[in-house]
Write a protein that binds this ligand. Structure first.
Ligand code: PFF
Length: 451
């Protein structure tokens, strides 16, 4: 049974696949504008402190749950405590909601890669291009299906033979492209002003909201509460050094986020000033940056490298989220990987098509005032995920006890240096922080406070 579930060949394969999941649009697109908006260096500092405490505790816990139970999220919680079986089903909803809309966005990125390949980027620099592209009916659907199809092709090949192999190839390419683009941007005349803007702390922009934004970002960035880390953890060997792997995943994820800031902020700051850097949402990636690439010497090559690296990051993330669903279907229904993939693709088409059309012909249909894509994003990230993570903390901290995690981490006699941090975090602090995320983003959503 254990063998049939598939496994990573070793620690490196696991770390690269998990880092592939963690490094995604969250790092490349959300982190830079949040840093620009919430005080540069001070946001970065808060983020790093939270990564070493809050992020570390939740990530370690999820991977340990996966390895201990040998199951994906759908069964894992119930194996730890029968009364928490429901939590597996709640957690199982998250990747099902995320995959379709993430693939729609992945499709937009593939489209932008093709634009830079064909050299038609001048057209994209026009501010109205993006809105009219995503508002179109067929073109975004076509690219969505390509992205979803690529994801499926990787997932169908299995854990070790495909997901691990592809991660081992794509993640180094991503790093090389990132370093190359950053060096190029940083050597442009005038870029240092942008670097200062990015790194120097601006305390006037610091408030409790900075902490909430950093917390929400971290949680999303590490792919926590998506079922992914439990699933990937269940594919690791018992002799892998778990806490060392967690450190490597965190370092990878944080470095990519910091580098993303070096690529994006100085470039946009140089050409569009401070206002350009805080254009939140898709505007920064799909409007400001293409216009910057269009004005920059060598912009076509840099733009192409940039969008390829974003596409790779998005692809390895969508692979992990699809794998989480496929794995839970296989665990629960005991059907083959191929059949499970077919089910996931059908459901993703059913939810992805409205997510795409909601920007165009179906834009008049809204849920709580949001189009489909925005609604799915909101529901998963700001409602279900914090609830899942909160209940995970309660289960581990107050029902089964953090000793379960400690035993799993130290099962081969490894030292567990930050065990006290994990204990305090999971029992007391993380639940409070998660409640704050839940309340804070609800207030933002319903217009009671503004971010
Ligand atoms: N950690 C990912 C990121 O930072 O973009 C979050 C993620 C989103 C993972 C969607 C997987 C996924 F399908």
């Amino acid at each position: 049974m254990e063998k049939k579930r598939g496994s990573f060949s070793g620690g490196l394969g696991f770390v690269l696949a998990a880092a592939g999941s963690a490094v995604g649009l969250g790092n490349l697109w959300r982190f830079p504008y949040l840093a620009a908006q919430y005080g540069g260096g001070i946001f970065i500092l808060v983020y790093i402190i939270l990564a070493l405490t809050f992020g570390f505790a939740l990530l370690t816990t999820e991977i340990a749950i996966g390895r201990k139970t040998g199951s994906s999220h759908i069964l894992a919680y119930g194996k730890l405590d029968k009364r928490f079986g429901f939590l597996g089903y709640l957690a199982a909803i998250v990747p099902v909601i995320i995959l379709p809309y993430y693939s729609v966005i992945g499709g937009w990125i593939i489209k932008y890669v093709t634009i830079f390949v064909t050299g038609t980027q001048a057209e994209v620099a026009n501010n109205s291009y993006f809105g009219s592209f995503i508002g179109d009916t067929f073109s975004p659907l076509f690219f969505f299906m390509i992205f979803l199809g690529l994801t499926m092709l990787i997932v169908i090949g299995g854990v070790e033979k495909s997901i691990e192999k592809i991660s081992k190839i794509l993640m180094p390419i991503l790093l090389v492209l990132m370093v190359g683009v950053s060096i190029y941007v940083l050597t442009l005349p005038g870029s240092m002003e942008g670097v200062k803007f990015y790194l120097l702390p601006d305390f006037s922009k610091f408030s409790l909201i900075t902490v909430c934004a950093a917390m929400g970002q971290l949680f999303y960035s590490l792919s926590i509460a998506m079922g992914i880390m439990i699933t990937y953890g269940s594919y690791t060997h018992k002799d892998m050094n778990l806490s060392r792997s967690v450190v490597h995943i965190e370092i990878f994820d944080t470095i990519v986020a910091l580098f993303a800031g070096f690529m994006v902020i100085p470039a946009v700051y140089m050409f569009n000033g401070e206002a350009g850097t805080t254009a939140s949402g898709p505007g920064l990636m799909f409007q400001s940056l293409p216009s910057v690439f269009n004005q920059m010497a060598g912009g076509r090559i840099i733009g192409l490298a940039f969008f390829i690296l974003v596409a790779l990051a998005a692809l390895t993330s969508s692979v992990s989220v699809m794998e989480a669903i496929v794995s839970s279907i296989m665990d629960k229904l005991k059907i083959s990987r191929g059949k499970a993939c077919a089910i996931v693709v059908i459901v993703s088409l059913a939810l992805g098509i409205p997510s795409s059309l909601g920007n165009g012909v179906w834009s008049n249909i809204t849920i709580l005032g949001m189009d489909f894509l925005t609604f799915f994003d909101y529901l998963s990230n700001y409602v279900i995920m914090p609830i899942v993570a909160l209940l995970t903390c309660i289960l581990i901290g107050w029902f089964v006890g953090t000793k379960v995690i400690k035993d799993e981490v130290t099962r081969n006699g490894e030292k567990f240096r930050r065990q006290a941090v994990l204990d305090v975090m999971i029992k007391y602090i993380a639940p409070v922080l998660l409640l704050i995320i839940l309340i804070f983003y609800s207030l933002v959503q319903f217009g009671l406070i503004s971010m």
